[in-house]
Design a protein around this ligand. Structure first.
Ligand code: UDP
Length: 493
């Protein structure tokens, strides 16, 4: 057991990448760690911290030892517009390089503040994209544990794909099987993340730096649970000399409705009561919830197919439309086409930030149409809801394979290839409305395959909750991580 008396002397420093979907799980992780009695220091910048104030203040108010260290973000110095502190608000793809330059500039500030802390840092848990933390951990002589928001399945796919890439074995076109995995996973190059299938912006040098730092890490924390992907966890653990801690689903630390509603950002939809009543009105497991994550880069041509496919399915639905550059043409189509008016009886459009975890936990939600970001994927699994998969970019096609072929709790709409961030305008229609309706009908089907899929989803949802409970595998894994850091600190002192 971890000795209670010294726990608060352990200071876990959490450094997320400045992007909503990277900060959200780290804030959950901060709460989970602090609930065990350790001190947690979350490193952020002012505008990012504001988004999480309500959640963090609430956690601190309940007695948790969480503090926020604010770093001034050098937007201007890195050639970014003032106030642009987060990867999800970059005005264009070309600014990604500037964004990483700004992240690099944070190192001195962060180290100075950490040096001044009364409780000496015990370890750093950082997003894998923040490469300088490797030097910081060396300077402070503490372990650096990385977190990159992917499953063990995807980590292994990536590992094997890197080997293929180094040997020039990834075919330019056509499907191929990712080697050395417990299941047969077939992909095409066009479906792979940027490291293997680059878009027009070349950031290979940045990727190489991140990868080199990754290889120096002490260990890895993963937002997953053993029972979800045991064979992949075991294999990945072997690869990483056992220093892998599966501590998810992190989203399950939000037990109260208020925590679920405020997670990630203030919901644009603040009529929580109205949302609840709207959802309550429908039959159990009858509503389709459709959301494409925090970045929401679906093009207007694809939005049209999605909207009309949803309409033709006849199901009640909640559809999230993200603010940003793409919203105006979408709104234009909605009003000209009359979509919102026509579907007003059974469709709810949420513009901006939706309280996703709250919505998914409602019993009338029957399916989740998702872009397969890992957070959303695991949130859907935790809610026990079958999924309609529409991957867009990054490692989302791999997550789709996991949902559809390994867990068998999802049905594909049939998107063919990655739509690189910032290059959406070039994309044609990949998925048409008939395909959307077909996938929804398949998942909502109450017989045969649909029934089996739903049953599996429910079982996995139960297993997820079990893993996160006291004495569950993720709970135990977090205990072991804290113990490891405690022992490391004792040996050093
Ligand atoms: N999210 C949310 N409301 C929204 C959009 C997204 O709460 O309207 C949350 C969602 O619950 C998840 C995260 O934002 O935790 C999105 O992360 P994911 O990895 O799924 O996708 P990304 O945004 O990185 O593409």
């Amino acid at each position: 057991m971890v000795s209670e008396s010294r726990l608060e002397e352990l200071n876990f420093v959490l450094i997320p990448l400045l992007a909503a979907s990277h900060i959200i799980p780290m804030v959950d992780m901060a709460k989970l760690l602090a609930q065990r009695g350790v001190t947690v220091t979350l490193v952020m910048t002012p505008l990012n911290a504001i988004r999480f104030t309500a959640v963090i203040d609430c956690a601190i108010g309940s007695g948790l030892l969480i503090r926020v260290l604010e770093l001034q973000f050098p937007a201007k110095e890195a050639g970014l517009p003032e106030g642009c502190e987060s990867a999800d608000c970059l005005p264009a793809l070309a600014f990604r390089r500037n964004f990483f330059a700004a992240i690099d500039m944070l190192q001195d500030q962060a180290e100075k503040l950490l040096q001044e802390m009364k409780t000496k840092p015990s370890c750093i848990i950082c997003d894998t994209h923040i490469a300088w933390t490797a030097e910081t951990a060396d300077k402070f002589q503490i372990p650096r544990i990385i977190f990159d928001g992917m499953s063990c399945f995807t980590q292994l796919c990536m590992h094997n794909l890197y080997i293929m890439k180094d040997q020039n074995e990834i075919p330019e076109s056509g499907p191929f099987v990712i080697p050395d995995l417990p299941d047969r996973i077939e992909v095409t190059k066009a479906q792979l993340p940027g490291a293997f299938n680059p878009g027009t912006l070349c950031i290979q040098d940045i990727r190489d730096k991140i990868r080199a730092a990754e290889n120096r890490a002490y260990g890895v924390v993963i937002n997953t649970f053993e029972d979800l992907e045991q064979r992949y966890v075991d294999k990945f653990r072997k690869l990483k000399d056992c220093r892998v801690w599966c501590i998810g689903p992190l989203s399950l630390c939000n037990n109260e409705n208020q925590d679920k509603a405020q997670r990630g950002n203030k919901a644009s939809f603040d009529k929580e009561e109205y949302l609840k009543k709207w959802l309550d009105f429908w039959q159990p497991e009858s509503v389709v919830y459709a959301c494409f994550g925090s970045l929401g880069r679906i093009t207007v041509v694809q939005f049209v197919e999605l909207a009309l496919g949803l309409e033709a399915s006849g199901c009640p639905f909640v559809l999230v439309i993200k603010a940003g550059e793409g919203q105006a043409p979408i709104e234009d189509w909605i009003s000209k086409n009359g979509f919102e008016k026509r579907t007003t009886e059974r469709g709810l459009l949420i513009r901006g930030w939706a309280p996703q975890v709250l919505i998914l936990s409602h019993p009338t939600i029957g399916a989740f149409l998702t872009h397969c970001g890992w957070n959303s994927t695991l949130e859907g699994i935790s809610a026990g809801v079958p999924m309609i998969t529409w991957p867009l970019f990054s490692e989302q096609f791999l997550n789709e394979r996991f949902l559809v072929h390994v867990l068998r709790m999802g049905a594909r709409v049939g998107s063919q290839g990655v739509m690189h961030l910032g290059e959406e305008k070039k994309s044609q229609v990949q998925v048409n409305r008939e395909e959307v309706t077909k996938a929804i009908t398949e998942v909502m089907d109450k017989e045969d395959e649909g029934k089996e899929r739903r049953k599996r989803a429910k079982e996995l949802g139960q297993r997820a909750k079990k893993a996160a409970e006291n004495d569950g595998s993720s709970h135990l894994s977090l205990t072991l991580l804290i113990k490891e850091i405690q022992e490391f600190q004792l040996n050093e002192s």
